[in-house]
Write a protein that binds this ligand. Structure first.
Ligand code: MN
Length: 194
């Protein structure tokens, strides 16, 4: 039996005030748990039962399996990319130099990612990812879509479904997205690079 539920590396209240304990309890404890439960039920007794989450995301047919698998993958990357005690306030090393190469500066990446997250219509995600050539780029994904489905490597993702911010920020998606930069664990993001 697969168990796709990731464990949080921090306490539920550790990301306050950027993300409240109430939001973690609901977003991680209820929304993500439901995606995990749905996926595990859907693949039970099928060949996908023995595949990794990344394999399922890559090959699952459009519909319920892909929607739930994509959301489990997206949320796993999302919750593990944050920390209340980070070593650095900004990207370091190869991640920093690639951001400068492909966006001009870290501030310009932030500006473009905030803009993409604020203007994405409806529910979805905005990802900083590596394309097949190793170049960094932004990708806006509707609903449960994920860069992995498109052969890209996701590094940092902002969830702009209302369930990610409505308890703390109501309709102020831009304020929520702007605050997320304060809790990104740059070592985790850099470790995802290929
Ligand atoms: Mn979410």
């Amino acid at each position: 039996m697969s168990n796709f539920m990731p464990q949080l590396p921090y306490a539920a209240d550790a990301l306050e005030p950027v993300i409240s304990k109430e939001t973690i309890d609901c977003h991680y404890g209820k929304h993500l748990q439901t995606y995990v439960n749905n996926l595990e039920k859907l693949i039970q007794g099928t060949p996908m039962e023995h595949q990794t989450l990344a394999e399922i995301v890559a090959v699952a047919p459009e519909g319920a399996v892909f929607n739930n698998a994509g959301q489990v993958m997206n949320h796993t990357l999302y919750f593990l990319q944050f920390t209340p005690r980070r070593a650095s306030d900004s990207p370091q090393g190869r991640l920093a130099s690639n951001i400068e190469r492909d966006f001009g500066s870290f501030d310009e990446l932030k500006r473009q990612m905030n803009s993409a997250a604020t203007t994405l219509f409806g529910s979805g995600w905005v990802w900083l990812c590596q394309n097949k050539d190793g170049k960094l780029e932004l990708m806006a994904c509707p609903n449960g879509d994920t860069p992995l489905r498109h052969g890209k490597n996701p590094l940092l993702g902002f969830d702009v479904w209302e369930h990610a911010y409505y308890l703390d920020y109501q309709n102020r998606r831009a304020d929520h997205v702007a605050a997320l930069w304060d809790i990104v664990d740059w070592e985790v993001v850099a470790d995802r690079m290929q």
